[in-house]
Write a protein that binds this ligand. Structure first.
Ligand SMILES: Cc1cc2nc3c(=O)[nH]c(=O)nc-3n(C[C@H](O)[C@H](O)[C@H](O)COP(=O)(O)OP(=O)(O)OC[C@H]3O[C@@H](n4cnc5c(N)ncnc54)[C@H](O)[C@@H]3O)c2cc1C
Length: 267
């Protein structure tokens, strides 16, 4: 699957999502604070391959809500006046259509938090409902270099982007994680430099911003993709666009979470 030059892939990046009622097939620890959940369902076939950096919205209903069966998107709409799900967004880390499997990696940031707590307890057989995939982020040809920057919530997307970038494309990766134990295997080709930043108790985003400002950017047109806590993303966007002159069109920086606030949003 290439998101770079294949015209079909660019068209695929706009296919609409749909509702999936899946089951957890496997759970494994990637690092002490990151759990990989493999979801299985016969329906999880190639229409999910919207391309690089696609995510889904997981649906969490209150435990006392009885879902009508079969649970379809029409059934979910009919339920809205009485029961609204809380949504949480997660990146598709990998997709094996031939096995009907999708992997997502969850940061464990608190057993009492909705999605994180669910992931920490998840076991084979558990039901998981999600809507997706989102449109993808096409790695359009043009930029001569790429910066990928983010905290651990961005790691699944960064890992996928690294797999999709053309060989020898000049790429700098800055990832901030809690500590050394949170480093994980990434695809590192010629021309790619990965730097792990260990928070070691500092506030989230502080090191990421400091190191972003110190980055040596090559000349020529470049692109910046990044995701982290909302305030950090705001600072990074200002820095790359205003201080470094990266065009807005080549800057794709997204708030993945907000300090002190839940990610509740409307269906
Ligand atoms: C497009 C997109 C893709 C994403 N992909 C992934 C992914 O693949 N893997 C992943 O783990 N996350 C991913 N996220 C981030 C994830 O959706 C948020 O971290 C979300 O807040 C988790 O929901 P929750 O119910 O656990 O916590 P919430 O109920 O939303 O928040 C509860 C509390 O936890 C805090 N909090 C939330 N996230 C973190 C965190 N990471 N570290 C420390 N404190 C936190 C909040 O500030 C709040 O105080 C993605 C977000 C977006 C928008």
């Amino acid at each position: 699957m290439s998101g770079v030059s294949d015209e079909g892939q660019h068209n695929a990046s706009r296919r609409p999502g749909s509702l999936h009622v899946t089951r957890v097939r496997r759970v494994s620890r990637v690092t002490p604070r990151m759990v990989r959940i493999t979801f299985g369902d016969e329906e999880l076939t190639p229409f999910l391959s919207n391309g690089t950096d696609q995510h889904v919205a997981m649906y969490f209903y209150d435990p006392d809500v009885r879902l009508p069966r079969p649970f379809t998107s029409e059934a979910a709409k009919r339920l809205l006046p009485t029961a609204r799900p809380r949504l949480r967004r997660y990146t598709i880390r990998s997709h094996r259509p031939e096995l009907g499997e999708v992997d997502m990696d969850f940061v464990l940031h608190g057993a009492d938090q909705l999605a994180s707590g669910w992931a920490e307890q998840a076991a084979p057989g558990d039901e998981a409902i999600w809507f997706g995939p989102s449109p993808a982020y096409p790695l359009a040809p043009g930029p001569e270099w790429t910066v990928l920057i983010g905290d651990e919530t961005a790691l699944p997307a960064i890992a996928v982007l690294l797999e999709e970038l053309p060989p020898e494309h000049r790429t700098s990766v800055l990832v901030e994680v809690a500590d050394k134990a949170e480093e994980q295997e990434l695809t590192v080709r010629d021309g790619t430099e990965v730097r792990w930043l260990h928070r070691d108790g500092r506030p989230a985003g502080q090191l990421l911003y400091e190191q972003a400002v110190a980055l040596d950017l090559p000349p020529g047109r470049g692109r910046v993709w990044g995701a982290a806590e909302r305030d950090t993303v705001r600072e990074l966007r200002r820095h790359f666009v205003q201080d470094r002159g990266v065009s807005r069109a080549d800057t794709h920086l997204t708030a993945y979470w907000t300090r002190g606030e839940t990610q509740d949003s409307d269906v």
